[in-house]
Design a binder for this molecule. Sequence first.
Ligand SMILES: [Zn+2]
Length: 64
Amino acid sequence: MHGLECVTLTCPYCGEPGELQVEVGDADQEYVEDCAVCCQPWQVRVSIAPDGRIEVSALRDDDA
Ligand SMILES: [Zn+2]
């Protein structure tokens, strides 16, 4: 399953909802995307569930 998925996430910094396009591949991925509202860097985690559902979460860069 490949392609672009449009997901809505809540910014972990400013709390505003934001739309994000994620490129879905075969494996889990993590990358940094800036919030369109406050420009803080989201740590975006994309994981593929066994049933094919896509789970996307945005974390603060300093949570780790
Ligand atoms: Zn934000």
